[in-house]
Design a protein around this ligand. Sequence first.
Ligand SMILES: NC(=O)c1ccc[n+]([C@@H]2O[C@H](COP(=O)([O-])OP(=O)(O)OC[C@H]3O[C@@H](n4cnc5c(N)ncnc54)[C@H](O)[C@@H]3O)[C@@H](O)[C@H]2O)c1
Length: 255
Amino acid sequence: MLNDQVIVVTGGAGLVGKAFVKAIAEKSGIPIIADISLEKGEQAKASLDQTLQANIGVIELDITNKQSVQKQIAALKQKYGKIDALVNNAYPRNKNYGRHFFDVELDDFNENVSLHLGGYFNASKHFAKFFIEQGRGNIVNISSIYGLVAPRFHIYEGTKMTVPVEYAVIKSGLNHLTQYMAAYLKDKNIRVNTLTLGGILDGQADLFIKSYRNECLNKGMLNPEDVVGSLLYLLSEKSKYVNGQNIVVDDGFIL
Ligand SMILES: NC(=O)c1ccc[n+]([C@@H]2O[C@H](COP(=O)([O-])OP(=O)(O)OC[C@H]3O[C@@H](n4cnc5c(N)ncnc54)[C@H](O)[C@@H]3O)[C@@H](O)[C@H]2O)c1
């Protein structure tokens, strides 16, 4: 399905990124784990089946840093002669991220929006420049249900969790960055789409998982493996003329 496609997955060492990398490798693609932590990237690769590891690349890349992105694009071009796609999936946040609305300081708000949304912009901009030179390209932005609907604050009652205001701003902004870039890159043979995910299981408290389940149709919180199919579709030729769109994989949470 993805025969020899070189696909850069930012934050590829994380919860969702690792599942993306595995799925791309299983479809004969060449996933590149592009993470700010090289060590985490190497560990993520080593945790996958030996047969898959041969085709997986690992690079140190900071989406918020122009030089880092430019350097790695040049290195990938040198090594593979091409880059087929960028999956914007990293999840940068500062040490104060995750606070409740009235506890968020302006500096933290600005920094988190800058790291995450600014980082996605930075990576997209430099990859898009390369894609223009190359004559084709594909960008998939990983977004969230909270970029589309207001937080369901009641499902966090009784837990320490919340939906940080920055996250809502970042992901709703990202959805429109997709549309902006898709339109801006008209006639360049470059696609830009969003893949919106529902909540992913990661050891959350039972109470929260139960409350979240009530908002959904058949499962509730999803496993990382549940969301890879739509990414593979967006990376493949099967979605050749899907451009500027948003595919939502959330078990009906936003209905
Ligand atoms: N986990 C969920 O429930 C969920 C739900 C919806 C959407 N998402 C989205 O999925 C994506 C991945 O989330 P996750 O839960 O796997 O996060 P995660 O924290 O498990 O992994 C994020 C990865 O990004 C890397 N990273 C951080 N800053 C970076 C930078 N500046 N440059 C490059 N890499 C950097 C980290 O080292 C880490 O490996 C995010 O866009 C997130 O918003 C997650």
